[in-house]
Design a protein around this ligand. Structure first.
Ligand code: NCD
Length: 360
């Protein structure tokens, strides 16, 4: 199924050239934001945040206001009709008739794609559960191209909750499309990167290795992408307790890093980067958050041009097969067509990418 709109659900739905153009436009806007002050006069952007957010929500809102548009939306579903039991389809269908573009964050994986199936305006995925966060990746790419000068031939360390961190998943998928990148995946064995992302690294011929500590990797890195342990995605508080506080980037560790290392973090930080690191010129995470606003301005402009209708579903609906990921949107909203890629015994859910074994 092809949408009438340019939606951003997953960056990899788009050609690399498309997102490179968004990043380049973001760089131009960062240099002269005033020039774009009336590009969205008369346009309305809705932000539907079913999960907490500071940067993503506010940077999108600031982006639209800077473009001359206006904003509507909610950041607490408890104060909307969601609290009365309204389903995702009805809420997003209605709001899409009030707005020209909709930004959505939701705790279920695949929710943005599900919303895009029936919405009457473009949808941008601002984070769907532990799955993807493409607009954070655009932010990261703009930061790297501005601060590092390139997106290729980099040794990139990613540290923390690689299992549940949606920013990590989207970033690995995107950077694996750029030539010569190598990945060092720093996590505990319990929080390793999901297999389906590691398979993408392999298919794209990217070298990667998995290590347990920052110390054994830091000296070789061009980029260190720190992330927090995603407490809200753990099955129990005990499981979270075992994983928290394992990693902390501090001055002593920074002393072993290259002089031109870029330290990034999507934020919020909990305690995985010591405050003392903030003054190090290699700590770029606050700048990164600012770039997020400019790249989102570029994204809003690009999506509203509607030059690239997005393919939403390309697989097949299997009525007798259910996705086994309990956090998948198809498990929460029963009306969604259960569509899978592939054939044979292993299918892949088109919403959350979970691999599902087909029983005969
Ligand atoms: C991230 C997110 O929501 O996934 N934050 C953000 O959007 N900048 C990272 C996180 O919550 O850890």
């Amino acid at each position: 199924m092809v949408s009438r709109f340019t939606n951003l659900i997953d960056l990899n739905d788009m050609p690399v050239d498309w997102w490179n153009k968004v990043v380049s436009l973001g760089a131009e806007i960062a240099d002269d934001p005033e020039k774009y002050a009336h590009e969205c006069d008369g346009k309305i952007m809705a932000t539907l945040f079913y999960e907490p957010s500071t940067r993503t929500q506010m940077s999108f809102q600031a982006a639209m206001l800077k473009l001359g548009g206006t904003i509507i939306g909610f950041d607490n579903p408890a104060t909307s009709s969601v609290a009365k039991g309204e389903n995702l389809k009805d809420t997003t269908k209605i709001v899409s008739n009030y707005a020209d573009i909709m930004i959505m964050r939701h705790p279920s994986e695949g929710s943005a794609k599900a919303a895009a199936l029936t919405a009457d305006c473009p949808i941008i995925n601002a984070g769907d559960g532990g799955h993807l966060h493409p607009t954070q990746t655009l932010t990261d790419l703009l930061t790297l191209s501005k601060e590092k000068g390139r997106l290729e031939d980099l040794t990139i360390g990613l540290c923390g909750d690689l299992k549940n961190g949606r920013t990590v998943h989207s970033l690995c998928k995107a950077l694996s499309c750029c030539r010569g990148n190598r990945f060092v995946l720093i996590s505990t064995p319990e929080l390793r990167l999901p297999f389906y992302i590691k398979d993408i690294l392999t298919v794209n011929n990217c070298e990667y290795k998995e290590v347990n500590s920052i110390e054994e990797a830091i000296g070789s890195l061009d980029v260190l992408y720190m992330t927090r342990i995603q407490r809200e995605r753990f099955s129990s508080p005990e499981e979270y307790e075992k994983q928290k506080d394992v990693y902390c980037l501090d001055r002593a560790k920074m002393a072993k890093a290259k002089p031109d290392l870029c330290v990034l973090h999507p934020l919020p930080r909990v305690d995985e980067i010591a405050i003392e690191v903030d003054d190090d010129p290699r700590a770029l995470y606050f700048k990164q958050a600012k770039y997020g606003m400019y790249v989102r301005m570029a994204l809003i402009l690009t999506v509203l041009k509607n030059e690239y209708p997005t393919v939403l579903l390309e697989g097949k609906v299997h009525k007798s097969v259910c996705c086994t990921n309990k956090n998948c949107i198809t498990q929460k909203e029963s009306y969604i067509p259960k569509s899978f890629r592939g054939s044979g015994d292993t299918l892949e859910c088109e919403y959350c990418d979970e691999r599902v074994l087909r029983r005969h």
